[in-house]
Design a protein around this ligand. Sequence first.
Ligand SMILES: [Zn+2]
Length: 87
Amino acid sequence: MLRPKIYVDRFKSFRKLYGWDEGNAMPKLLKCSFCGKTIKPGTGIMYVKEDGTILYFCSSKCRKNSLKLRRNPAKLKWTEKYKRPSS
Ligand SMILES: [Zn+2]
């Protein structure tokens, strides 16, 4: 079985090329697509829609509010995208 070995070597060089270490799979800090808060490395999920749009969620709470409940983050007080009424 030669094929798996070649694949692993190429993958390692690919990671070195982009400056990724073994313990650092996430290259940079990402912000939650729903609440706007910074996602800690190793937590959260990446969601890819059928049309190719990539969404990052810090928790299942944000994922459910966005995908299942289809809420607007600007109308929820606990998000950083919340816009206060001007009045
Ligand atoms: Zn969030």
